[in-house]
Write a protein that binds this ligand. Sequence first.
Ligand SMILES: CC(=O)SCCNC(=O)CCNC(=O)[C@H](O)C(C)(C)COP(=O)(O)OP(=O)(O)OC[C@H]1O[C@@H](n2cnc3c(N)ncnc32)[C@H](O)[C@@H]1OP(=O)(O)O
Ligand SMILES: N[C@@H](CCO)C(=O)O
Length: 376
Amino acid sequence: MSTPVLSTTLNDFGHRPAGALQVLDVGGYTFEAGGALPQVEIAYETWGRLNAAGDNAVLVAHALTGDSHVAATEADPSTGWWEELVGPGRPLDTDRWFVIAPAMVGGCYGSTGPASPDPDGRPWGSRFPFVTIRDTVCLEERLLRALGVTRLHAVIGGSMGGARSLEWAATFPDWVDGVGVFACGAASTAEQIAFGQAQVQAIENDPDFAGGDYYDGAAPLQGLALARRIAHITYRSEYELGVRFGREAQPGEEPLGWAQRRRGRYQVESYLDHQAKKLISRFDPNAYLVVAEALISHDVGRGRGGVAQALAGVSAKPLLVAVDSDRLYLPSQSEELARLIPGENTVHMISSPIGHDGFLTSAQQLGTEIREVLRL
Ligand SMILES: CC(=O)SCCNC(=O)CCNC(=O)[C@H](O)C(C)(C)COP(=O)(O)OP(=O)(O)OC[C@H]1O[C@@H](n2cnc3c(N)ncnc32)[C@H](O)[C@@H]1OP(=O)(O)O
Ligand SMILES: N[C@@H](CCO)C(=O)O
């Protein structure tokens, strides 16, 4: 029987090849929920060229544990998470569009986050401010203006990337021509908050959490691993897990009976262990808390008279996409967006047995709609 061993040594989270990222200092910032940073750096990658008018930009917003590496670049030729969407002749045609993908503030992929040094050189840790989705787009707007972007032809993203896109369209209606919101709704629902809270608790209750100031010692990676297991179950459908793993035992293991007080695993348990292990090799637990709380906070109607009023102010052409088997971000939430954003809107359905992660695994299904609806 194999026992899943998760190291508590903090990994080189967020590691990217040297030179893969461009980074811009966008200045000091006071966050929506309080707290401030004297300096915020936003890391990003780009594809294509910004035209002289600065109006051919398309922003791609990554999801919860994603990064700016949407597609291969010269500096980092490794395959990106939406590789099939970006490049010459692809839906985000880099012969025409200047595609930019910022890494979210508070994460661990190059932008200022909890592991970044304060002015005295100590990691921010527990002192890192609470970040909302609105904060992220305000900081990204500073980045784009500094780069000479005058209009966003479109902003697109799935899951938390969809929340970021929608917030862009609501916060800067005069600046955004098209908005792609995939597998996401207007605000995090009670159930999404509940799943998120369980993930937050998993990390904070790890004995190594140390209130968030663990950078000198062992990191709360067992907690992060549990958070990923909880999250990953919600990203896949009951059908997919059943068909793929059923009640099969992991080869070489016996789920009935103990060996050293631990039973062998079913295949699905081994699969979740693997997903957990992969995440803890690349992500900082504090950064996970920041992005998970940001997603929990997602509410496009906050301070705008509610969701209906906020969405009535969206002037960007919407591309609304849901995954038919998504049990986390239900297609009914996309239908609500279609009803409340002005215009005759329809929800485009990705057909996938996988569930929420379908917006990543079936990206090619998005391509046609991206071209047609957002006129890319
Ligand atoms: C390195 C970075 O910076 S990544 C940052 C950017 N990433 C993102 O933005 C998105 C995050 N990615 C994801 O969420 C996921 O990787 C997804 C959704 C894209 C993966 O979806 P899928 O392609 O469907 O992967 P799937 O769920 O089938 O998992 C496959 C893995 O499970 C493993 N697996 C399958 N069955 C088992 C089992 N019984 N026991 C153990 N492992 C198993 C496979 O070997 C495979 O391992 P690998 O990924 O190390 O090659
Ligand atoms: N599995 C993806 C999507 C979550 O919405 C991620 O980890 O970012």
